[in-house]
Design a protein around this ligand. Sequence first.
Ligand code: NAD
Ligand code: IPM
Ligand code: MN
Length: 352
Amino acid sequence: MKYKIAVIKGDGIGPEIVDEAIKVLKKMGEKYNHNFEFTEVLAGGIAIDKTGKNLPEETLQVCKESDAVILGAVGGPKWDSLPGNERPEKALLALRKELNLYSNIRPAVMFDILKDTCPLKPEIVEGGMDIVIVRELTGGIYFGKKFTEGNYACDCMEYSKYEIERIAHQAFKIAQSRNKHVTSVDKANVLETSRLWRKTVEEVAKDYPDVKLNHLYVDNAAMQLVVNPKQFDVIVTENMFGDILSDEASMITGSIGLLPSASLGDNNFGMYEPIHGSAPDIAGQGKANPIATILSISMMLKYTFGLQSESDCIENAVKKTLSDGHRTADIARKGEKIITTVEMGNIIVESI
Ligand code: NAD
Ligand code: IPM
Ligand code: MN
């Protein structure tokens, strides 16, 4: 079977981490006899530099004709002064919207072997942490009405019941396959959208009587994540809250360089990207951790292609590599040997 994959390397560390992920996928193709076909297309800052547009039409077309998309990261200081619509990040938002990828699955799992890298006290994460953040991805303040008029600017947070329903269903379904607990995070004490969110999530919950539901305000949720992260199973939340909470959760696992994500819609098509950005501060230095992107590939094999054992194989190769003590700079403790992005990729490929 042929699997068509669009590849968007993007900016900063994007090309470095995506190259390692492609190496892993090619190895998987050899090992399991799958035919992965890659088409590289441009988006973000590099697309602006080469074509004048942050998201050339060809890119969107190739993504639509593919089974899945791999994306590194977009953005960087070079393009920070462009107007909102012309920025690299706008290309990512447009891809999510155009491809109807409303559901962003961000697992935050702490590998036991990395528990000393976690900045929290050992007793707080004793026994590990295993959370899935289900982030609404095509609504909210990111996509509401927005404008600037002189010294006044406005971004509206907008949600329809339908948008909340479909992401809530996704969260409850994921919870059913796990520990059957959904925490819905909102700001219903202040925001109209959050009051609609809470009411809608309560209604959807009736279809899943086996799943326990609780609600937290986002400020409390941010605090609870560092006080008692083990209380969470599935967190469902709106676009911006999910963006912020997932970066916070990532550090509990040891590094933002470890967390993958899947952006999904109504069919099996998906865009797979690490949760981190283009990390301009370390770009081009071989310091980036490719594991978040490699684990995103593992998610792609599972969610889009239904290849569960292949997906597990990548996860096991990553775990083995970490257990054998291999560390990029972000997860190395004082005195530990540090390896480069490429070395980490090579070792994971060898473990497959
Ligand atoms: P960032 O995630 O790029 O970096 C935050 C910190 O984490 C930096 O110190 C960086 O060095 C470190 N880091 C990130 N990924 C790492 C990895 N794989 N290995 C080791 N360390 C890693 O966030 P930022 O600095 O706020 O944003 C930089 C640029 O990236 C901005 O232009 C932003 O808009 C963009 N961004 C893009 C995406 C995306 O394309 N999905 C996501 C987030 C941010
Ligand atoms: C992410 C990023 C993006 C977001 C930006 C770059 C638009 O932070 O994927 O987490 O806010 O969704
Ligand atoms: Mn983010």
